[in-house]
Design a protein around this ligand. Structure first.
Ligand SMILES: Cc1cc2nc3c(=O)[nH]c(=O)nc-3n(C[C@H](O)[C@H](O)[C@H](O)COP(=O)(O)O)c2cc1C
Length: 328
């Protein structure tokens, strides 16, 4: 059964879901919802807005994720984001990093549902596009089902259109953000029960989802599914009609080469330009060779030139493998 892709989101990921990666994912799948990396609201209000916010029209639907705890500042950043054309504004209430905690936002906002409601209400009043929130099931040691329900009540009452829940707690102090995506156990049941509690509200589940069967099972329980790391590890998992063959992947790289030359990325070397797309050939013959080629020779080449050279290598590799009747 084909996945209803319009119900799938590619998660916000710092240093991964920049505009280049989003454009790449959009070439692979025309329907999934895309998210920016988390952008700190103060940076948008005070900083270089074009650099932080510009994106390609092909990326729609694309959600701007904001970090911040001051309702007025987040609302101002949201307004600027809406003027840039984003389709929705998401508030990060799930990030466990120390840096974010010291700024009093990310997951520690889960301790302050009333404050989150104020922020959501301020954003809701400032923009016409939907507002959403992404959270965890709680903070390790402080979590409770009642706490999550109270949090959801607050954000929905303040005007949030949907709530994305990463189905594990976040441990503050002691675990790195990476460990915080692996060590606290997943608890999907708690998210399913949240949906039962809010049958008319949109709940999106996130965390550890890796297969089509899992996606379809979750969609039987909640409204939407968000997937993060798999998009980086195996981007063509998201190609409708999977598995995508080598020509489909080369075609996407070709279009990325053209994108590089059209946009302000023209002077970026291929190694940097494609740094988040190294798994384009995941599990195909030559995957490792392609990765190495881009990271090493790509330092000297512009993206378009790298794609042409890589194409020749991959086609030769595919022919060789066909002739030998073997796969990598
Ligand atoms: C490198 C990396 C960066 C992340 N950055 C963000 C972020 O900016 N905002 C956010 O809400 N979550 C962030 N996350 C968490 C993901 O959005 C997601 O909740 C998490 O990876 C669990 O989903 P997954 O198991 O499908 O990867 C990040 C995750 C990774 C791996």
């Amino acid at each position: 059964m084909e996945i209803p892709w319009e119900k799938i989101s590619i998660a916000p990921m710092m240093d991964i879901t920049d505009r280049r990666f989003r454009y790449f994912m959009r070439l692979i799948n025309p329907r999934v919802r895309l998210y920016t990396e988390m952008i700190v609201s103060h940076a948008i209000v005070r900083g270089d807005r074009n650099r932080l916010l510009k994106f390609d029209a092909a990326e729609h639907p694309v959600v701007l994720q904001l970090g911040g705890d001051d309702p007025a500042v987040v609302a101002e950043a949201a307004k600027i984001g809406a003027d840039f054309g984003y389709d929705a504004i998401d508030l990060n209430c799930g990030c466990p990093s120390d840096r974010v905690e010291s700024g009093n936002f990310g997951v520690c906002l889960m301790r302050m549902p009333e404050r989150v409601a104020e922020i959501v209400a301020a954003v809701h009043a400032a923009v016409k596009i939907p507002v959403s929130v992404k959270c965890r099931i709680g903070i390790t040691g402080e979590e409770s089902e009642a706490g999550l329900i109270r949090f959801a009540e607050n954000v929905f009452a303040a005007g949030a259109r949907w709530l994305t829940v990463h189905a594990r707690t976040a441990t503050l102090g002691g675990l790195s953000p990476k460990q915080n995506r692996e060590i606290p156990p997943l608890n999907y049941e708690m998210v399913y029960r949240l949906k039962e509690k809010f049958p008319d509200r949109e709940i999106e589940i996130n965390g550890g989802i890796k297969t089509r069967a899992q996606i379809l099972a979750h969609l039987g329980k909640v409204d939407r599914v968000m997937i993060g790391r798999l998009a980086h590890e195996d981007p063509f998992f998201f190609a409708p009609g999977f598995p995508a063959d080598i020509n489909t992947r080369l075609h996407v790289l070709d279009r990325m080469g053209a994108y590089a030359s059209q946009h302000e990325h023209a002077d970026v070397g291929a190694a940097r330009f494609f740094s988040n797309m190294l798994n384009t050939f995941h599990a195909l013959p030559g995957a490792r060779l392609a990765r190495r080629f881009i990271s090493e020779e790509g330092r000297q080449l512009r993206p378009e030139a790298a794609v042409s050279a890589l194409k020749e290598k991959m086609v030769a590799m595919a022919e060789m493998t066909d002739a030998a009747g073997q796969t990598d």
